[in-house]
Design a protein around this ligand. Structure first.
Ligand code: PGA
Length: 258
C-alpha cells in the first residue's frame, strides 16, 4: 500500500508571525488525519521555528533545497547534515524554480539527491516539462532524462529512499492544473520506467503531483491510481486550503499494490 503524502512548499514566503499562525492552525487540524502523511517545507531561516512548532505532531519538517557539497568553504550553502540537525525529514531537490531560475543542471540535482540520502533525509525529487517541451511531445523524454541523472549517480535502489514529484512547469503557480488524466499518464510512465528494472521498487514509489493543486481539485487528482499525493505551493500558505487538501488525501483510497 502506498499511503498518500501532502507536502507544502512555502517557497520564499512567510515571516515569524505568519508562520506561527499557520502552523498553530495546521497542527491540531491535521492531528486526527492518520491515514495519510503531511509535511511542510519551509525557508531555511524558519527551520528552528517550524521544528519547535511541529514537535510531537504528525506534520513532518522539510527544507526546499540543499547544497550539493558535504561541508566546508561554500559561502551561503546549507548542508544536508545541517538540515538533519534541525530535524528535517524531507528536502525538495530539483524544483523547476531551482533548475530554471538558478540554473541547476541535472548533474547538480543528482549531487543534491545523493547528499540528502547520505544524511538520511528523504529527497522530494521534482521532475517535469515546460510548456514548449509538452507541445513538442517530449514530456516523457524530459522526465526520463531528469530521473536517469539521479539513478546514474545514486543507483536505482536509492529511489526507495525518495519521493518523486511530477510538476509540469506550465502548471506551477499559473492556476493551470494538469487534468487528473494528464497527471496520471506521466505518473504511470514514471512508474513503468522504474518497473522495467525493479517492479517491487516501482510499486512502493510515492509519486506526488504538483502544480496549482488546491482544495477544489485535490480529490480528483488524488483519486488517480498513480497519484500518491501532492506538492503544494500557493495553497500551502492558506491554512484552510492546505487543511482541505490534507483531508482529501486522508479520504482518498490507498492504492493497493498490483
Ligand atoms: P503551486 O506550486 O502549487 O503554487 O503551483 C507547486 C510547486 O511549485 O511546488
Amino acid at each position: 500500500m502506498r499511503a498518500k503524502l501532502v507536502a507544502g512548499n512555502w517557497k520564499m514566503s512567510g515571516s515569524l508571525a505568519s508562520n506561527q499562525e499557520l502552523l498553530a492552525a495546521l497542527v491540531p487540524a491535521l492531528a486526527p488525519l492518520a491515514r495519510a502523511s503531511y509535511a511542510v517545507c519551509v525557508p531555511f531561516p524558519y527551520l528552528a521555528q517550524a521544528q519547535h512548532a511541529l514537535r510531537g505532531s504528525n506534520v513532518a519538517l522539510g527544507a526546499q533545497d540543499v547544497c550539493q557539497f558535504d561541508g566546508g568553504a561554500y559561502t551561503g550553502g546549507v548542508s544536508a547534515a545541517m538540515l538533519a540537525d534541525f530535524g528535517c525529514r524531507y528536502v525538495i531537490v530539483g524544483h523547476s524554480e531551482r533548475r530554471n531560475v538558478f540554473g541547476e543542471t541535472d548533474d547538480v540535482v543528482a549531487l543534491k539527491f545523493a547528499q540528502a540520502t547520505q544524511h538520511r533525509l528523504t529527497p522530494i525529487l521534482c521532475v517535469g516539462e515546460t510548456l514548449a517541451e509538452r507541445e513538442s511531445g517530449v514530456t516523457e523524454a524530459v522526465v526520463a532524462r531528469q530521473l536517469d541523472a539521479v539513478v546514474k549517480r545514486s543507483g536505482l535502489p536509492a529511489l526507495a529512499q525518495c519521493v518523486i514529484a511530477y510538476e509540469p512547469v506550465w502548471a506551477i503557480g499559473t492556476g493551470k492544473t494538469a487534468t487528473p488524466q494528464q497527471a496520471q499518464e506521466v505518473h504511470a510512465h514514471i512508474r513503468a520506467r522504474v518497473a522495467a528494472s525493479d517492479r517491487r521498487l516501482a510499486d512502493e514509489l510515492a509519486i506526488l503531483y504538483g502544480g496549482s493543486v488546491k482544495a477544489a481539485n485535490a480529490a480528483q487528482l488524488f483519486a488517480m491510481p498513480d497519484v500518491d499525493g501532492g506538492l503544494i505551493g500557493g495553497a500551502s500558505l492558506a491554512a484552510d486550503q492546505f487543511i482541505a487538501i490534507c483531508r482529501a488525501a486522508q479520504a482518498a483510497r490507498e492504492t493497493v499494490r498490483a
